[in-house]
Design a binder for this molecule. Sequence first.
Ligand SMILES: Nc1ncnc2c1ncn2[C@@H]1O[C@H](COP(=O)(O)OP(=O)(O)O)[C@@H](O)[C@H]1O
Ligand SMILES: [Mg+2]
Length: 286
Amino acid sequence: MTSDRDDKDRARRLEAENARLQNDVSQLSAELSRIQREQVEYLQNVSHQLVAPLNAIKWHIENLTSNRIGIERARKVMRSIYSQSTIAVHLAKNFALMSNLEEDHALSALKEPLQEISLYVLAVNIADDFQPQGWDREINISVAGHGFEDGPAVLVMKPLMSQVFSNIVENAVKYSRSNTTIRISGSFDIPNDQARIVFSNQGMALSSADSTTVFERGFRSTEARSKYPAGTGFGLYIARRIVELHEGSITARPITGGAEFEVHLPIVGLKGKARYRDSKNRPTSR
Ligand SMILES: Nc1ncnc2c1ncn2[C@@H]1O[C@H](COP(=O)(O)OP(=O)(O)O)[C@@H](O)[C@H]1O
Ligand SMILES: [Mg+2]
C-alpha cells in the first residue's frame, strides 16, 4: 500500500519536473532565436553602415578619373575621399571592438600592451583625422594646449584610448551645427593620479535625462535618429567600456545648446596591474 502511494508520488514529482524542464527548454530556445535574430540585424547594420562610406569613395574616384574636373574640384573630392576613409576605418574598428567587449570574460582577451602616451598628442591626431569632415559646415576642432600640452605621460592601451577619443569627436562633428568650434582641453591632478579630458560642442542639445542613457548599448536619442538616420548607438557604449577598463570614468552633461563629455583616467594607476600586459614586460613564451 505504502509503496504504491510512494510510486504515485514519485511519478507525480517526475511529471512536474518534466514539465518544468520542458518549460525551461522552450524558454531557452526562444532566447536563442532572439539572439540569432539580433545577430542577423547586427550584421545587416554593420554592412549597411560600412557600405555607405565605401560607396562614396567609389563614386568620388569615378568622378576623379572622368577627366572632366578641374584641379580645385579634384582637391575637394580628394578631401572627401580622405574623410570617408576615416569614417570607414573608424566604423570597422568599432565593430571589431564590439565583439570583444560584449562579454565580460572577453575583456582579458584585449591583450593590448600599456603604453605611456601624451593624451594631448592623441587629441591633436584625432582632431586632425576628423577635421576634414567639419570643413563643409565650417566646424573647427580646437585642442587647447594650456595645461594639457606639457602634462605627464598617461599609461593607456593606445589603440583603445584612440577609439574613445574618436568616438567622442566623431559624434561632436556629426551633432554640431555649422560655424561652431569643438573644444578639447585637458588637465592633470598629479597628487590624485587623475587626468581629465573635456570635449564640448554646440549643436544638438543633450537633455539631462539622456546624459546617463547615452552610454547604454544601442541608445540613440529621438532627435539623433530623426536628423542622422545612420548610426548604431555603439560609440559611447564602447567608449565607456574602454574607459572603465582603464579604471577611469566618463560622463556627459548638457551645456547651453550642446553637450560636454568628460573623461577621467588614472595617470599611472594601471602600472603593474596583473590584468594588463606591460609593453616592457611582455611574456616571452606563449
Ligand atoms: N556631441 C553630442 N551632442 C549631443 N548628443 C550626443 C552627442 N554625442 C552623443 N550624443 C547622443 O548620444 C547618443 C549615442 O551616441 P553614440 O553611442 O555615439 O551613437 P550614434 O552616434 O550612433 O548615435 C546619440 O545618438 C545622441 O543622442
Ligand atoms: Mg557615435
